[in-house]
Design a protein around this ligand. Structure first.
Ligand SMILES: [Zn+2]
Length: 207
């Protein structure tokens, strides 16, 4: 089963975390891209965003930033915001608090941002509380696209994304090689849909 949204009861377990920006009167949505920067896809996304006059947020992996500092810089030069997505993408549920925090701290030496998105959306309560204490804003999402899942039919992805679109929604995509086919074929169509519906695309403000 694919869970496109977090159930409300689960959201309550993480007080102060951000799932979406529901205060919006404007038709604004937030596109986010996890796991980059990646030479196979990040440039493509940057070009697409520019074409739609869109700003987005890139939750980068420290180990990718280390490999591709030029792309990392370009993301910021083009006016998008960045967030910390850890150094090595650990699953918080199966990683000790100490190890988890040190992974994020390592990434923070490269990624100067207090926005943090837990890999897989999986973070334990002690990890969550510790990061909040360090001043991090934990950003989950309203809608995850499953763009990385080859078993998902493209029509289903588009239909789901359209149906779940609402003011202030935070969408997750991946600048990860696994998501390349979906991003190149489907994301432009979705962006056109959102544009036609009158949505604008903003970056999550850095804190
Ligand atoms: Zn990730």
């Amino acid at each position: 089963m694919r869970l496109y949204t977090f159930p409300k009861w689960l959201q309550k377990l993480y007080p102060g975390a951000i799932w979406e920006f529901s205060h919006h009167k404007k038709k604004t949505i937030y596109l986010t891209f996890d796991d980059g920067p990646n030479p196979e896809i990040t440039h493509y996304i940057l070009g697409l965003l520019e074409q739609f006059n869109a700003k987005g947020t890139f939750f980068c992996l420290g180990e990718q930033v280390e490999k591709h500092p030029d792309i990392y810089q370009e993301i910021q030069d083009r006016g998008h915001t960045i967030g910390n997505h850890s150094m090595t993408h650990p699953n918080g549920w199966f990683t000790s608090k100490k190890k988890y925090l040190s992974d994020i701290e390592e990434a923070s030496k490269l990624i100067k941002s207090k926005l943090f998105r837990p890999p897989y959306g999986k973070i334990s309560h002690p990890q969550f509380r510790a990061l909040k204490k360090q001043g991090y804003h934990i950003i989950f999402w309203s809608v995850v696209s499953y763009d990385f899942d080859p078993a998902l039919r493209k029509k289903d992805l588009i239909r789901k994304m359209k149906k779940l679109t609402h003011k202030g929604a935070v969408f997750v995509f991946h600048d990860n090689p696994k998501a390349v086919p979906v991003l190149k074929n489907e994301l432009p169509k979705l962006m056109q849909f959102w544009k036609d519906e009158g949505y604008i695309f903003e970056a999550i403000p850095p804190k």
